[in-house]
Design a protein around this ligand. Structure first.
Ligand SMILES: Nc1ncnc2c1ncn2[C@@H]1O[C@H](COP(=O)(O)OP(=O)(O)OP(=O)(O)O)[C@@H](O)[C@H]1O
Length: 274
């Protein structure tokens, strides 16, 4: 049975001055894949609410359906039961109001320069004129520290730099929700930490709403202000908790380590004991 979130931490997010009204709502969402051989249930009866400017993390072991949930929010997969709503409107397919940053470094077309990569979706969405799109692209490239690399091609960039371009490209679209699927998982440990810091700095500047998938407990505690814990396959809600109090500096501290241990127990040990 899912632990009572209230019992873990007070539900600070609703009263946190940095968050606003409910933006995204998943209601009793069940997601399945139908392959020629079998039916795979990825998540079962999952519900959660994301508020404006939340950094909401989906955390759970490999195969618990985190990426599938993110894909459903992005509109690539339709729930077999339940519904997902953005601003009270049911999600019925992909839209420019939800942009995904993936883990893979090859998400940037290699034949376009960095700035062209950021401009391209803005032009496709017919959001801005050519000049406005360029101006906005350069603004967000500056935000991620890549202004000097605007005319470089992706193959000349490091993995971390490519992820920064992907983040700039997503933010330039000014989506209602930024979706990130293990965006730093393929980076080395030091770069990963730096990227987590940079993401939090960007969030302080821009206050976007983030839905972030990870299977790293530490990353969830640092990046998120709220965390939804999912059980192993198929993913059900195990607990929901607040983590707004943690930053990179918290990592070595006792309270942080206790939270890591508690989440680990919730994810694995208590599940086995049932
Ligand atoms: N295209 C697919 N066809 C069939 N089954 C799939 C497909 N994609 C995912 N699955 C299955 O759905 C379940 C959930 O997968 P999903 O990738 O969402 O998990 P996850 O929690 O994101 O895992 P990871 O952290 O390893 O990426 C798994 O059992 C997986 O094997």
């Amino acid at each position: 049975m899912a632990a009572n979130p209230q019992a873990l931490y007070s539900r600070q997010a609703e009263t946190d001055a940095s968050t606003s009204g409910k933006l995204l709502s998943a209601k009793n969402v069940t997601l399945e894949y139908r392959t020629p051989e079998r039916l795979v249930r990825a998540t079962h009866d999952v519900s959660f609410d994301v508020y404006g400017a939340d950094r909401f993390v989906l955390l759970g072991p490999s195969g618990c359906g985190k990426s599938t949930l993110l894909k459903a929010v992005a509109g690539f997969i339709e729930p077999v039961a339940g519904s997902i709503e953005i601003g009270g409107e049911r999600v019925r397919g992909p839209g420019a109001d939800r942009i995904v940053v993936f883990q893979e470094f090859d998400q940037l077309p290699p034949w376009k320069t960095v700035v062209q990569n950021v401009i391209f979706p803005l032009r496709v969405a017919r959001k801005l004129s050519r000049a406005e799109a360029r101006e906005r692209a350069l603004h967000y490239l500056d935000k991620v520290g890549l202004a000097k690399f605007a005319d470089a091609y992706p193959h000349t960039l490091s993995g971390g730099m490519k992820q920064r371009v992907a983040i700039a490209r997503a933010l330039a679209m000014q989506p209602r929700v930024l979706l990130m699927d293990e965006p730093f998982a393929a980076l080395d440990a030091l770069t990963r930490r730096r990227m987590q810091e940079e993401l939090l700095r960007l969030w302080s500047d821009e206050r976007f709403t983030l839905l972030f998938v990870t299977h790293s407990i530490e990353e969830a505690l640092i990046v998120g202000n709220r965390i939804l814990l999912l059980t192993p396959h198929p993913g059900r809600v195990r607990a929901e908790l607040n983590s707004h109090q943690y930053t990179q500096e918290s990592m070595g501290r006792g309270e942080f380590q206790q939270s890591v241990a508690r989440i680990h127990r919730l994810l694995f040990e208590e599940e086995i004991a049932q």
